[in-house]
Design a protein around this ligand. Structure first.
Ligand code: AMP
Length: 471
């Protein structure tokens, strides 16, 4: 589905921005035929030199919405001096943004450099001297270190971008961001992008921005290309339910979110032991380990990535068909961010959430945000025994194995929503069973899986059996 952008009643295309031919060539090379809504609305004001508050979900093309006009601006004026600064909450996002500048600015001769912790500071000092970048994409901590060492000066910065501003403030970067902004020349343009607009951000825009143009896409609701499903489950059965979902759902790549670094590590190891190629991404890893995990996932070598919220922000991998909330996020903003990892651009994605009875109030808040009750599904474990059940008056779709074909349709975009009919094809049809079916986990190992917050009830004779009520 191509994007059709109307601006003040006119159909917009990239040529209406009068970009330099070097930039137009890069847009063509990237395969962008028309601007996305955020690009259609943000590029003009940025080119005019206005401050901007962009409220856009991830996956909407917001990086190019600021990268393209910044590149255009930098084409005239001084070279070999840092003139644009992008602040990113995470290293992965910084690296991704630098790469976007690199590919969109390929023929411009402009250089972008990323700066973040966890890698050698002297290598970054050397790169600053050697490459003399015009664009710096940085995480606040390491940038302050380098500023303190006199390795970089921000006195020539003309444009500042605060990307994923809500996350930056959430993660406690505010004092560092203030310090960095204090070192910028008094006159500079500030672009702030945020998926959500909590009250703190609203007040901070008045502190950092001067009458910003405000561009809002989709009311900061979770991306519309994502189909949401909830699996009611007792804490103790989470792993068994996840395992069934993975076995019976034809996922492309799946990103699985958990609450803590420890759980991320543990779940990835367990999934790997059971034959699922899985990597993990969390804050306890060294930068080299994080890069390696991202590389494994990006290349498709790892089908599954188990991650904490901190580590997974801003990840843009178009093959992510499913986001699975193994643990319910703590905030609705985190839900939006997590599911923004799938359904990128016009691809369809599915967000599956395992919800325990303790999660019901968060589930309600999420449902208010997505605008209605999320479909419930049940998982059948061990033959026909129903071990997950829901009693909240909502309609539940029982999920016999054949029905999981529906998930494949969601992934491919063929399914148009609404109740699904069981697929006539058998579960074992090879074309459908895209996730290799590993050996069923041993009951002993499953019950030994020690990541439960509260233990579920176990039926005598082995299998954990639960009756969950989410009133
Ligand atoms: P972002 O929201 O910046 O992370 O972008 C999400 C994805 O959209 C990236 O893979 C971009 O390369 C891609 N993208 C950005 N702009 C366009 C466009 N105008 N047309 C098609 N794809 C785009």
């Amino acid at each position: 589905m191509p994007f059709q952008q109307h601006h003040k009643g006119m159909l917009l295309n990239f040529s209406s921005f009068s970009f330099d031919s070097a930039i137009m060539e890069a847009i063509d090379r990237a395969g962008y035929t028309e601007p996305t809504p955020i690009q259609a609305q943000a590029i003009g004001p940025v080119l005019e030199g206005k401050d901007l508050l962009g409220l856009a979900q991830t996956g909407t093309g917001k990086t190019a919405a600021f990268a393209l006009p910044i590149l255009q601006h930098l084409l005239s004026g001084k070279r070999c001096t840092a003139r644009a600064l992008v602040l990113s909450p995470t290293r992965e996002l910084a690296e991704q943004t630098r790469k976007a500048f690199e590919s969109l600015g390929k023929k411009t001769g402009l250089v972008a450099l990323s700066i973040y912790g966890g890698v050698s500071v002297s290598a970054q000092r050397r790169a600053l001297k050697r490459d003399m970048p015009e664009i710096i994409v940085a995480c606040p901590g390491r940038l302050l270190d380098l500023m303190g060492q006199g390795a970089i000066t921000l006195k020539d910065i003309e444009i500042l971008v605060l990307d994923e501003a809500d996350q930056m403030f959430d993660m406690g970067f505010l004092p560092s961001v203030r310090q960095i902004i204090a070192s910028l020349p008094a006159k500079h343009q500030t672009l702030m992008f945020s998926a959500t607009l909590p009250a703190e951000i609203r007040s901070l825009t008045s502190e950092f921005q001067n009458e910003p143009a405000r561009v809002e896409i989709g009311n900061s609701q979770p991306v519309e290309t994502v189909n949401h499903v909830v699996y009611p489950v007792a804490q103790a059965n989470k792993y068994a339910v996840l395992s069934e979902i993975l076995k019976n759902t034809a996922t492309g790549q799946a990103l699985i979110f958990v609450r803590t670094k420890h759980r991320a590590q543990k779940l990835a190891v367990q999934l790997s032991e059971e034959g699922y190629p899985a990597a993990s991404l969390h804050g306890n890893l060294s930068q080299a380990q994080r890069d390696k995990a991202m590389q494994k996932f990006r290349s498709g070598k790892a089908r599954l990535m188990v991650a904490t919220d901190i580590a997974a922000r801003g990840i843009d991998i178009s093959g992510i068909s499913h986001v699975i909330n193994f643990d319910m996020p703590d905030t609705v903003e985190a839900y939006t961010h997590r599911i923004g990892r799938t359904g990128r651009m016009t691809h369809r994605g599915t967000a599956l959430t395992l919800a325990t009875p303790e999660d019901r109030s968060m589930l309600r808040i999420i449902e208010r945000t997505v605008g209605g009750q999320i479909e419930r599904k049940l998982v059948t474990l061990h033959g026909n025994e129903m071990v997950s059940s829901l009693d909240d008056g909502s309609s539940v779709t029982p999920e016999p194995r054949a029905d999981f074909h529906g998930a494949r349709d969601e992934y491919s975009g063929a399914h148009s929503g609404g109740p699904r009919k069981p697929s006539p094809r058998s579960f074992a049809t090879p074309a459908v069973a895209r996730v290799a079916s590993p050996a069923r986990p041993k009951t002993a190992r499953r019950s030994a899986y020690a990541i439960s917050r509260s233990s579920g009830r176990h039926a005598p004779g082995g299998h954990p059996k639960e009756y969950v009520s989410i009133p």
